[in-house]
Design a protein around this ligand. Sequence first.
Ligand code: ZN
Ligand code: ZN
Length: 355
Amino acid sequence: MSVPETMKAVILPAPGKMAVSRKPVPRPGPDEVLVQVAGCGICGTDIKIRDHGLPGQPPFGSFTPGHEYAGTVVAVGETVDEFAIGDRVVVHAHKGCDRCENCLRGMYTACLNYGNAAKGHRCNGITTDGGLAGYAVNHVNTLYKIPENVSFEEAIVITTAGSPLYGLENTGGYIVGETVAVMGPGPIGLMAVQLCKAMGAARVILTGTRENRLKLGRELGADLTINVREEDPVAGVLKTTGGRGADLVIDCAGGDDSLQQCLEMVKRGGKILLVAFYKGPVTADISIAVRNNVTIYTERGEGGGSVGRALSLLATGKIVAKPLITHAFPLEEVHQAYEVFEKRIGDPIKVLLRP
Ligand SMILES: [Zn+2]
Ligand SMILES: [Zn+2]
């Protein structure tokens, strides 16, 4: 396959600024492949990356964001036999250094050399160039072959399922017969609803503010939804669980009061999983957790190979992605795409860009 010398790429020249520029097409190292990007999703993290940058992010200038992408392998490094030219692949963002104690234990999303590219760490789209470009280089550890019955677009949306699935693994994973409350019907919350049902939860309660999102949540498997504009979510969860509270509460909302609500709606001895990033410091009566023997779990990114596992759930029909794909733009219209996403024009769930 012939690979051009240069490509179109989104760059971040200064805080809050984006531009479509031309950059050299990167070349794969010995254990890397070159992916011709078919599409790249944007999420809330991309707004933070554009506006002020995240820890480990390269200086503003020619850095290319985009951490949710899929495409076709067009070149492989000399040691690569895991992938071949022509393979359709989807990525996960984090590649650990493979030399720190966390990486040795498989916790590559919590790599102790996070942001240190010289030591082998990469997080494409966050600390190293990402997929809002014609091509991207990926280490073989960060790629999954897309099953034949799955489209590029669906595979891109599946990257969103990686974090809640890894979070569920961290909580112990076994939720058969349990009642799970999911706060926040964004793409991650809607994936969390589906994952919990696929993994055997007896009942999933979804809370949020927008009726059309809650309706979609019900279509995707939520047994009960609570519109927090009309009903107090804590009272709603307690009412439907006979006053006990949910076995597991997953915060995909990240609101100022959502941690407090998690503490008040989880059962004694239950679990809380924090998936959302909060906008800033939040206040909650953490003594409730101590008094009630509640355990709080977190996750960082899509550890545990969870993008690949979620892809398998999709390929076997246990979860779906298509209803979450609402908007797609050519790469040149990146400003418009971000505007639609940020201002929620036309109720976007997942906005994709196609180079
Ligand atoms: Zn993201
Ligand atoms: Zn590491």
